[in-house]
Design a protein around this ligand. Structure first.
Ligand code: PLP
Length: 370
């Protein structure tokens, strides 16, 4: 492998038989993650109850995610999904006088669904310009009346990366909180919430975090969390479990019993990611994607990305019949995630340059016969 030892690749049985390039949707299952899922299953099958162990795993997952993004464990809530994370965050803003929230045209659709349903707020969208979101757009559309600005760290459709630190500085200057959707970045692009000045951030378990669906992480900066009053909060978000008052820090954003099986998986997956180190993963993924971009161009394929900015960790190829192409690729054991008119090739640290080239060869071949 380009930057990482071969032993890591061997943790993923599926790469022996398939070209697995769908990390933007569901990454490959690693042996240690599979064992963790089985541990949860077996503890129910053979021991009957596993509450205390499950609570410990929940804390391990929290600690590992905090480490991954440069936060404190008390700044992390365990929630069911990224959508739920945003619902909780928005539900906590009534302590502020300001009533304007803003999101971007490049956010995942769920962000729009959630915000447009907030009848107590004036909601507006930051439009992209030729498929990009220059910083001037934030300067223009975040106003002194904005209480919350929502942005994606990485665009779900083409993998483009936003300068969160610069956006955070603009939001701060205008007096707006910043919510970062890091579902498409956490696990392959380094994140430092403190250095960047992020107020709130969410990421789910099943994409680049190597886990399975059923849980997500919500980071809320500690001093901020203690001032917020989420309406979506219940016994897992209370002091001492059943207490009437909110728990300290981000835990107050929790509601009911977490999906423990997903928590077991996430704890094992995050421990593996932190062991390898996201900066090493980024170097590897960046290198193989840069090669793939050039190779795709040589093969006459059109890339979906607008900018020539920082190298994305995804190769997005324009294809009017993306789902059909993806189904044909699947028959050839190439697994990728199509999205409307784009085929997304989304590698992780277990992929190689040759695998990406192989997928591109197959796409070019399919294009010839369509
Ligand atoms: C960037 C981004 N945000 C949010 C979501 C939705 O996440 P969830 O289903 O956990 O609410 C997705 C799902 O693909 C996504 O890619």
């Amino acid at each position: 492998m380009e930057h990482l030892p071969q032993e890591y690749r061997q943790l993923f049985p599926i790469v022996q038989t398939h070209t697995m390039l769908a990390s933007c949707s569901q990454s490959a299952l690693a042996e240690p993650v599979s064992r963790a899922i089985k541990d949860y299953h077996d503890s129910l099958l053979y021991m009957g109850t596993n509450w205390n162990e499950a609570i410990e795993k929940t804390e391990s997952a929290r600690i590992e995610f905090a480490k991954l993004i440069g936060a404190e464990p008390d700044e992390i809530a365990i929630v069911p999904s990224v959508s739920d994370a945003l619902v909780s965050a928005v539900s906590s803003l009534s302590v502020f006088r300001k009533k304007h929230v803003v999101y971007t045209e490049m956010d995942f659709p769920a962000v729009s669904h959630i915000l447009q349903a907030q009848s107590d707020y004036n909601v507006s969208v930051i439009p992209s310009i030729d498929g990009e979101l220059p910083l001037e757009q934030y300067e223009t559309h975040i106003t002194d009346e904005t209480v919350l600005t929502c942005v994606p760290h990485v665009h779900y459709r083409d993998g483009s990366i936003q300068d969160v630190k610069a956006i955070a500085a603009i939001a701060k200057r205008k007096g707006s909180l910043l919510f970062v959707d890091a579902y498409q970045s956490a696990g392959h692009i380094p994140i430092d919430v403190k250095a960047w000045g992020v107020d709130i951030l969410a990421a789910g378990a099943r994409k680049y975090l190597l886990g399975i669906p059923g849980m997500a992480f919500l980071y809320v900066r500690k001093e901020l969390a203690d001032a917020l009053k989420p309406k979506a909060s219940a016994w897992f978000g209370r002091e001492n479990g059943d207490g009437a008052s909110y728990a300290k820090g981000a835990r107050r954003f929790q509601t009911g019993t977490p999906a423990f099986i997903s928590v077991y998986a996430a704890a094992a997956a995050l421990s593996l990611l932190n062991h390898i180190g996201v900066s090493h993963i980024r170097e590897h993924v960046k290198t193989i994607c840069a090669d793939a971009v050039q190779y795709a161009a040589e093969k006459g394929l059109e890339l979906a990305i607008a900018s020539a900015g920082e190298q994305p960790g995804m190769v997005a190829i324009r294809d009017e019949r993306a789902s059909e192409t993806a189904a044909l690729l699947r028959k050839k054991k190439v697994i990728c995630a199509p999205r409307d008119t784009v085929i997304r090739l989304a590698p992780h640290f277990y992929n190689t340059k040759d695998e990406l080239r192989h997928a591109i060869d197959e796409i070019a071949e399919i294009a010839l016969h369509m």
